[in-house]
Design a protein around this ligand. Structure first.
Ligand code: IPM
Ligand code: MG
Length: 357
């Protein structure tokens, strides 16, 4: 039976890069039905809400979701804040679809090694940030103003269950890699972090085939710059993961090329997930054919790997991306001397051709 994929192209360069990801998925020969729905500013303009009910319903009914990007300056001032693309669409989508496990690989593409801000071989990294995505300070209640607006409250809250389920996914992923987890917290200050460390320590005792170490978040931020090759899987809570994943992706030198997956629990043997580039909607270059579709295309590869259990086709897409770059073509964002400048669509075509073989 064909897989049903909800395509939420979103705003800015979202539609352009998503179209290329769909093209590459088609080129794999995997049977997919694509259904489009509105999200973000585009949905707000058309329907008055950044996450219309029909979009959420389509996602719930799909096997996987392919997301482009949401937001843009046009929507930054919308009131109330619950109607802005980020807070009104991304966060409720994560929560409603129970996408608690955010997988953000930071892997240097060899052809682009020189772009890393770290000199020489040190910028060659291959790690994964496993970020808890539906708990912590992003969602904790109360969140409010007190004292006539002069005091603000956010709440960080984690249950043992929430920590266990994300940690379990980290162990699973570590087993497909170098079997090393760095669990990151702030246990010298925060109660939630002390619970986090307790739970991960107990699970480490039951999963001795994977090496587990604990690291304080400030130290981790430093070690990522000092010795990024040390890391295999970084397991951490929502906000620390937000920050560390940006830092890790910058070290690869090509933040704009990185994919991500947000996974829910497996059901009927299938893992439901939402797949999206790490980059934003880049409204300044939208509609010009200048966007780099590689992050969206690599997100499609992650979809094949995690939701459709097709690692072989995922590897084929990843190899096609390397080959396209090795052939010397570049979109504007990664253009360098002696390479050939191509458009979003030409990059997508070059990768799709190599996938089709
Ligand atoms: C991310 C983004 C979001 C987050 C914002 C846009 C709400 O930074 O996906 O990392 O903080 O989770
Ligand atoms: Mg972020």
């Amino acid at each position: 039976m064909a897989f049903k994929i909800a395509v939420l192209a979103g705003d800015g360069i979202g539609p352009e890069v998503t179209a290329e990801a769909v093209k590459v998925l088609r080129a794999t020969g995997v049977e997919c039905n694509f259904e489009d729905a509105l999200i973000g500013g585009a949905a707000y303009d058309a329907k008055g809400h950044p996450l219309p009910k029909e979009t959420l319903d389509l996602c719930k009914d799909a096997d996987a979701v392919l997301l482009g990007a949401v937001g843009g300056p046009k929507y930054d001032a919308i009131q109330p804040i619950e109607l802005r693309p980020e807070v009104g669409a991304l966060l409720p989508l994560r929560r409603e679809l129970n996408l608690y496990a955010n997988v953000r690989p930071a892997k240097t593409l060899k052809a682009l090694m020189m772009a890393s801000p770290l000199k020489g071989e040190r910028g060659l990294i291959d790690l994964v940030v496993m970020r808890e995505l539906t708990g912590g300070i992003y969602f904790g209640q109360p969140r409010e103003r007190r004292d006539n607006g002069n005091t603000a409250v956010d709440t960080c809250i984690y249950s043992k269950m929430e920590i266990e389920r994300i940690a379990k996914r980290a162990f699973d992923i570590a087993r497909q890699r170098r079997r090393m987890i760095t669990s990151v917290d702030k246990a010298n200050v925060l109660e939630t972090s002390r619970l986090w460390r307790e739970v991960v320590t107990a699970m480490a005792a039951d999963n001795q085939d994977v090496k587990v170490e604990h690291m304080l978040v400030d130290n981790c931020a430093m070690q990522l710059v000092r010795d990024p090759q040390h890391f295999d899987v970084i397991l951490t809570e929502n906000m620390f993961g937000d920050i560390l994943s940006d830092e890790a992706s910058m070290i690869t030198g090509s933040l704009g090329l990185l994919p991500s997956a947000s996974l829910s629990d497996p059901k009927n043997g299938k893992v439901f997930g939402l797949y999206e580039p790490v980059h934003g909607s880049a409204p300044d270059i939208a509609g010009q054919g200048r966007a780099n579709p590689i992050a969206a295309i690599l997100s499609a590869a992650m979809m094949l790997r995690y939701s459709f259990d097709d690692n072989k086709k995922a590897l084929r897409i990843e190899a096609a991306v390397d080959q396209a770059l090795d052939s010397g073509i570049r979109t504007a964002d990664i253009f360098e001397k002696a390479s050939r400048l191509v458009s979003t669509k030409e990059m997508g075509d070059a990768i799709a051709e190599r996938v089709a073989g």
